[in-house]
Design a protein around this ligand. Structure first.
Ligand code: FES
Length: 171
């Protein structure tokens, strides 16, 4: 991916401009200094989420209920977690720590009918859940809920707010 981006003239020229502006004018610029600066890279939005395509006949269904009460159902593969599924489908789940169980921005409220089918949360998840806004009896962190055959048909609701830095949560 980096090789592709570095071929893009627009991105290269922005990076080079940044590299030049990061060095004070009083210093002599030599070519070694410029080549040791790290370049920016990125991935296309459709590559985020890391979800797998379910094999034919092995699709599992999961339904997300948005803050507005809208239901969205997806066919997913076993092994994918709810954070990745939500992000791959552009749902409003931030996942600030990238799924490393170090925030509570992937908080979901699990339909009680399915709650006992999910393995118990570990201590790290419980610690983070304590920080979640609007904690309920069936709250879980989306990044820790992995789809299995037992969870086929799972329904989860997104909480009205999460504790994060998105200003839209406060409007
Ligand atoms: S994304 Fe941070 S705990 Fe799930």
């Amino acid at each position: 991916m980096f090789r592709l981006l570095s071929r893009n003239r627009g991105i290269t020229s922005i990076t080079q401009q940044f590299a030049r502006s990061a060095i004070p004018k009083s210093q002599t610029v030599n070519s070694t200094a410029l080549t040791t600066l790290r370049m920016f890279s990125g991935t296309a939005a459709n590559l985020h989420g890391h979800v797998h395509k379910p094999k034919p006949g092995e699709e599992l269904k999961v339904t997300f209920i948005s803050k507005d009460g809208l239901l969205k159902t997806f066919e997913v593969a076993a092994g994918d977690n709810l954070l990745d599924i939500a992000q791959a489908n552009n749902l409003d789940m931030e996942g600030a720590c990238g799924g490393s169980c170090a925030c509570s921005t992937c908080h979901v409220i699990v339909d009680p009918e399915y709650y006992d089918e999910i393995p118990e949360p570990d201590d790290d998840e419980n610690d983070m859940l304590d920080l979640a806004f609007g904690l309920t009896e069936t709250s879980r962190l989306g990044c820790q809920v992995i789809m299995t055959k037992e969870l086929d048909g799972l329904r989860v609701a997104l909480p009205a707010m999460t504790r994060n830095l998105q200003s839209k949560d406060f409007s």
